[in-house]
Design a binder for this molecule. Structure first.
Ligand SMILES: [Zn+2]
Length: 291
């Protein structure tokens, strides 16, 4: 009897499993994915899809008073807390912060991560950035973009039969070419979830980053005020290109109303999605204007 009652739920769960979209996002440090994609991740998670964030370094250098194993351990705890708040998975690879290089060894780590997660979508930084760790994370993911389907490479994890769609996060760098917002996700409904995720990284947003910017005295002590401060300082309003992309994906009404967003550029490597495929992979975009 009990089994009979459970059957419809099991069927629904199995069905959801088949349609589940699997997203993996790479960042150099345990806060980078959160900055660029935690709103989108929260939306995927809410819809029952699977998201993993991967920090390619353990974050053991970027702090004014802590370093080494003690700092790496703290950063791991903050990443796990962010994952808990977002409803996603978070992995931190044990490579040193500030010393990342695009080696074969790290490339293999990335290939394994993408394969094990059976990713449909891979998110990564563009390979132009002020920080060498960010830059090489971009290069490493590009270097893995074809190898994930080659069975003889890293044969301990089965190769993917279908190459994922690779996307870049938004950045402000203009050379050799500015970021192009091919996809813009309206994250206004989950902006507080994003701030909650950032708020998990206490050692980053309330200690290291304000210290390095000479603004440590601006950080409020009160937990609620700190979050409000984070929201004022760590969110961006859509510029003209992002606004046009929001209107394309959501139609004029919602696209023009969207207050907070995250945008992604399609990488030329990996599977090239058409508009219909992008709407399948990003179901929060909906069916499109007028449909
Ligand atoms: Zn970083």
């Amino acid at each position: 009897m009990r089994e009979l009652v459970l059957m419809p739920f099991l069927a629904a769960a199995l069905c959801a499993q088949t349609d589940q979209i699997r997203v993996i996002a790479f960042g150099a440090h345990p806060d980078d994915c959160d900055i660029r994609a935690s709103g989108t991740a929260a939306l995927f998670a809410k819809m029952g899809h699977a998201v993993r964030f991967v920090s390619v370094t353990n974050g053991d250098a970027g702090h004014q008073t802590m370093k080494g194993v003690e700092l790496a351990r703290r950063r791991l705890g903050e990443a796990k807390e962010s994952a808990r708040r977002l409803g996603i998975d978070y992995q931190v690879l044990d490579n040193h912060d500030g010393e990342l290089l695009p080696t074969l060894e790290v490339r293999k780590q990335i290939i394994r991560q993408i394969r094990e997660w059976k990713a449909d979508v891979v998110l990564a930084p563009r390979p132009n950035d002020y920080h060498p760790d960010h830059r090489y994370t971009g290069v490493l993911v590009q270097d893995a973009a074809y190898m994930v389907v080659v069975p003889a490479v890293t044969p301990d994890v089965p190769a993917l039969r279908k190459n994922p769609v690779f996307l870049y996060y938004e950045d402000n760098f203009q050379r050799p070419n500015p970021f192009r917002p091919d996809i813009a996700v309206d994250i206004s409904d989950v902006i507080d979830r994003k701030i909650d995720a950032l708020d998990s990284h206490v050692s980053q947003f309330y200690e290291w980053l304000p210290w390095v910017d000479g603004r440590l005295n601006e950080v409020p002590k009160d937990p609620a005020e700190r979050k409000a401060w984070l929201k004022r300082n760590r969110t961006r309003q859509p510029g003209p290109a992002a606004r046009a992309s929001l209107v394309k994906w959501y139609g004029a009404e919602r696209g023009n109303a969207a207050k907070y967003y995250e945008a992604f550029e399609i990488c030329e490597y990996g599977t090239q999605p058409d508009e219909a495929r992008i709407r399948q992979l990003f179901p929060m975009l909906g069916a499109g204007p007028g449909q």
